[in-house]
Design a protein around this ligand. Structure first.
Ligand code: GLU
Length: 410
């Protein structure tokens, strides 16, 4: 039998919620099906004069609560199934975070490391030419995701504005701060990981000061989560990137690891800790595990080896549906749709600032982010207790699905 895909996992999750809420079949079908799924072939000229044909996608999953919203990733594994699952997750993420957006996601199936900057610019422009008729400040608002950032957002905005012949700063979020972006946007996803970890420790009456933490991924999400959890008093004993993992049972010096990473572009070669693999990192006996790299890293095969007490999902979909069923039932999971919702929350703040042409201080952004994520956390806990649910993921989905249904015609 074929391996279950991320979209299969989303469908299973919706079925679970539907059973808990007693939803009828047609509502369930509507919740599972994207509104629109677009597939493009981009013909792009390379620096050597040749033309490459590249696959690209955008799924507009649901806009009952507001414009479609979600990132665009550049990765060789990008495919229709994953893009649609990610767009579905965005729908439920924006609902839990209570920002007035729906869910979307896009991707281009390339390894950006294999292209020059000028090639990446032409690829992004070709993609935007395809997208221009269906995106917009009030219809679909892309943002960064894996391997994309402020530069790609600027290319998209410029191409879109040229085609539409109008200024539209809010057509994308995740822009550079000096280019109509929001302060605090780049750290926002890692920050919500730290906020939700803190909130879960408070809820469980545990002390974050004495907690050990392992973080998989040292990019924008993992790195920020590690350093904020370190600031909040936890001992970050393990971190990793695709080159290696680092372990120190007494707690890593996160500032020194960060300095090394900034200078060398990778963790490998840092001498101040033991080197471990990414698989070993996941199986460390820590209080908190933060998978913040890629999806599907905990599945039915390795779930039984996970020793952490609490898993806080920094990445989108790091635990497969089957993986979660196979985890020890005492393990608490703080689900991605809340834990990493900081990114889209500050995207909403950016969109608001663009619309009002009024820009906030970093302190204002961070305080409002903390309030929003804590409110989302409290809503999740409220549903968990009120409905007597078994997992916080079910609680987050029940909270989200109720909001999507309330807003739409289901
Ligand atoms: N790509 C991010 C996510 O998965 C952010 C999306 C956004 O800001 O729209 O949540």
């Amino acid at each position: 039998m074929a391996e279950p895909t991320p979209l299969d996992g989303l469908h299973e999750q919706i079925d679970d919620v539907a059973a808990k809420l007693g939803l009828d079949g047609s509502t369930v079908d509507q919740l599972k099906q994207p509104d629109r799924y677009l597939e493009f072939s981009l013909s792009v000229e390379m620096d050597d004069g040749s033309t490459e044909v590249i696959d690209a996608y955008r799924t507009q999953f649901d806009d009952a609560r507001g414009p479609y919203k979600g990132g665009i990733r550049y990765h060789p594994d990008v495919n229709p199934d994953e893009t649609t699952a990610l767009a579905g997750w965005m729908t439920y993420k924006t609902a839990v975070a209570d920002v007035p957006f729906g869910g979307g996601k896009g991707g281009i199936a390339i390894d950006p490391a294999e292209y020059s900057d000028t090639e990446l610019q032409r690829i992004t422009e070709a993609y935007t030419e395809q997208l221009a008729p269906v995106i917009g400040e009030d219809t679909d608002v892309p943002a960064p995701d894996m391997n994309t950032g402020p530069q790609e957002m600027e290319w998209i905005r410029e191409t879109y504005e040229a085609i539409r012949g109008t200024e539209a700063p809010a057509v994308v979020t995740g822009k550079a701060v000096d280019n109509d972006g929001s302060k605090g946007r780049s750290e926002a996803t890692g920050r919500s990981v730290a906020i939700t970890t803190d909130a879960m420790f408070e809820y469980l009456d545990h002390d974050l000061d004495e907690a050990t933490v392992a973080v998989q991924g040292f990019g924008e999400v993992g790195h920020v989560a590690a350093s904020l959890l370190d600031d909040r008093g936890a001992d970050v004993v393990a971190v990793s990137d695709s080159s290696t993992g680092l372990y120190d049972e007494d707690g890593l010096d996160i500032d020194a690891v960060t300095a090394w990473n900034n200078q060398h572009g990778a963790l490998t070669g840092y001498g101040g800790a033991d080197e471990i693999s990414n698989e070993t990192l996941l199986e460390e006996d820590v209080d908190v595990l933060v998978p913040a790299a890629i999806g599907d890293v905990i599945d039915a095969e390795n779930a039984g080896d996970i020793e952490a007490d609490i898993i806080v999902e920094g990445a989108n979909g790091p635990i497969t549906y089957e993986g979660e069923q196979a985890l020890d039932e005492d393990i608490v999971v703080v689900p991605d749709i809340l834990a990493n919702a900081g990114g889209v929350t500050v995207s909403y703040f950016e969109w608001e600032q663009n619309r009002a042409d009024d820009y906030w201080t970093k302190e204002t952004v961070n305080n409002r982010l903390e309030d929003k994520i804590r409110d989302g956390f409290d809503d999740m806990i409220d549903t968990y207790e009120r409905q007597g649910l078994d997992s916080f993921r079910d609680a987050a989905y029940v909270t989200a699905v109720e909001k999507v249904i309330d807003a739409g015609e289901y």
